[in-house]
Design a protein around this ligand. Structure first.
Ligand SMILES: Cc1cc2nc3c(=O)[nH]c(=O)nc-3n(C[C@H](O)[C@H](O)[C@H](O)COP(=O)(O)OP(=O)(O)OC[C@H]3O[C@@H](n4cnc5c(N)ncnc54)[C@H](O)[C@@H]3O)c2cc1C
Length: 450
């Protein structure tokens, strides 16, 4: 089958390779020409590209099953396995892969470019071609690209198919990113880790995460409430450096004796949880032969690092449907895919909406709300009091079990919070102390750490 894919991000590239290996004739359209010969890549239009990414086990499994040499190439390029200890006398358990998004996508794109059956076309996909109520290809920079199937993998900012589906469910995640990349000095090691894939510390009103990547490079991320204007000045280097030096976890990672910055301070745009199924307002498939994939279906608060996992998992489900002969009735297959997304992807959206609302309330000074179901992040935190909860919480954290799997421990966790216990706040400045540092840096006053 001839297939056009709009968007050469992780979703489009992975889909292209996997579909070509099933004998399909693939053209991937993206307006981005790809990395420069020296490997640098501005990636305009994908604002998160240089922000920290962690890649979960679902991403590793997808590559391992569909294109194992891409995984090998990633490790060759400096990516590292993230693991947790296994049971006694058993090997460590892989939980993901650590590398910059730049490295991940450069390797994936190179693989797609050299894949027989994949054509990479640099251009702007202007519209989906339609004939007798079916999608029949794309118009790219004024030229027709005729195909039998069109996949929209144009990401969270894509406009190609805007208005075709029922409106997305969407809401602000309530957090904004400010990050910067650093490189370890020769012989230095990454800083303290509290999770297999990152070092994390959350405070009332802000949070910090350190993400180890490839080749001794890591990102230091400061998360603030998206409506907290006091932190907007953090995009300036002096304010960012004052903040990073003041918060113990990031101070340890970014100690100049350990590492030096290699990028500017990177502010982030607004972040949304969104879910948009395959169907239109009337519950119909808007255009048989057009399927939406990746971030065009779901985006979630990126701090949990779920986006590429949910995207590649969608691709794998579509592959499974096509393997079963979906092309014979693409409309029915699109409905089946939509039902699967509703059952398997949307719960992650719902979970983030719930957790993010709870976090925003707590950051605004409210206590844990015991009058409603506890959000999943609070259920996870309670493992500190009762480690036996990890039997249920662990598969959720690893995305091997849907958020609803936590329901069986909710009443036990409720008892823990009802007893007055709250997740401990690590040592470090308060939100007000940090905001004061940012304000002083903006006034160019000396900002010795709090
Ligand atoms: C700040 C931030 C941090 C994140 N961190 C993580 C993380 O740690 N782990 C994780 O798994 N996920 C993370 N995510 C989510 C992850 O980045 C996305 O899930 C991922 O980019 C989705 O890939 P995609 O291919 O669907 O879309 P994209 O990566 O957005 O790619 C879409 C592509 O389509 C192209 N395009 C769009 N429209 C057109 C058009 N009309 N014509 C031609 N080309 C077009 C664009 O140029 C782009 O290349 C993060 C997201 C954000 C915002």
């Amino acid at each position: 089958m001839r297939i056009a894919i709009a968007g050469a991000g992780p979703t489009g590239l992975f889909a292209a390779i996997a579909l070509a290996r099933r004998g399909h004739d693939i053209t991937v359209v993206d307006r981005d020409p790809g990395p420069l010969p020296d490997g640098t890549w501005a990636r305009a239009g994908v604002m998160q590209f240089h922000h920290p990414h962690a890649f979960r086990i679902q991403v590793v499994e997808a590559l391992s099953d569909e294109a194992p040499e891409v995984l090998a190439a990633l490790f060759e390029a400096g990516a590292e396995r993230a693991t947790v200890p296994g049971p006694p006398d058993a090997p460590e358990i892989a939980v993901g892969v650590r590398c910059r998004r730049l490295v991940f996508e450069r390797v994936l794109r190179a693989a797609a470019e050299s894949e027989p059956g994949v054509t990479m076309l640099c251009g702007h996909a202007e519209e989906v071609l339609v004939d007798r109520g079916r999608a029949t290809g794309l118009r790219v920079d004024g030229h027709r690209l005729d195909t039998e199937l069109v996949l929209d993998a144009s990401g969270r900012s894509g406009r190609l198919t805007r208005g075709m589906r029922a409106p997305a469910q969407s809401g602000d995640c309530g957090v904004a990113y400010v990050s910067r990349q650093y490189r370890l000095r020769p012989g230095a090691e990454f800083g303290p880790m509290s999770m297999p894939i990152a070092g994390v510390a959350f405070y009332p009103g802000y949070g910090v995460i350190a993400f180890p990547h490839d080749n001794g490079i890591f990102s230091a991320l400061v998360l603030r409430a998206s409506d907290d204007r006091a932190f907007t000045g953090m995009r300036e280097v002096p304010a960012y450096e004052a903040v990073v030096a003041a918060v113990p976890l990031l101070a340890a990672w970014t100690d100049p004796a350990r590492a030096l910055p290699i990028t500017d301070v990177l502010p982030g745009g607004r972040l949304h949880n969104t879910y948009c199924g395959q169907l239109d307002r009337d519950g119909a498939v808007p255009l048989p032969g057009l399927v939406f994939l990746g971030d065009t279906v779901c985006t979630t608060n990126p701090a949990a690092g779920r986006g590429v996992a949910t995207s590649l998992t969608q691709v794998r489900q579509l592959l499974a449907l096509l393997d079963e002969g979906a092309a014979a009735d693409i409309e029915a297959a699109t409905r089946a895919f939509d039902a699967w997304c509703t059952g398997t992807i949307k719960p992650w959206f719902d979970d983030h909406v719930d957790c993010d609302a709870g976090l925003a309330a707590r950051w605004a000074g409210e206590d844990v709300d015991l009058s409603r179901r506890l959000p999943s992040d609070l259920i996870g935190a309670a493992c500190e009091v009762d480690p036996s909860l990890m039997r249920v919480v662990g598969p959720y954290l690893g995305m091997q079990a849907l958020p609803g799997s936590l329901d069986v421990v909710e009443s036990r966790v409720r008892e823990i919070y009802a007893s007055g216990w709250r997740p401990p706040v690590p040592a470090g400045p308060t939100r007000d102390e940090l905001a004061d540092l940012v304000a002083r840096a903006a006034r160019r006053e000396p900002v010795a750490s709090a």
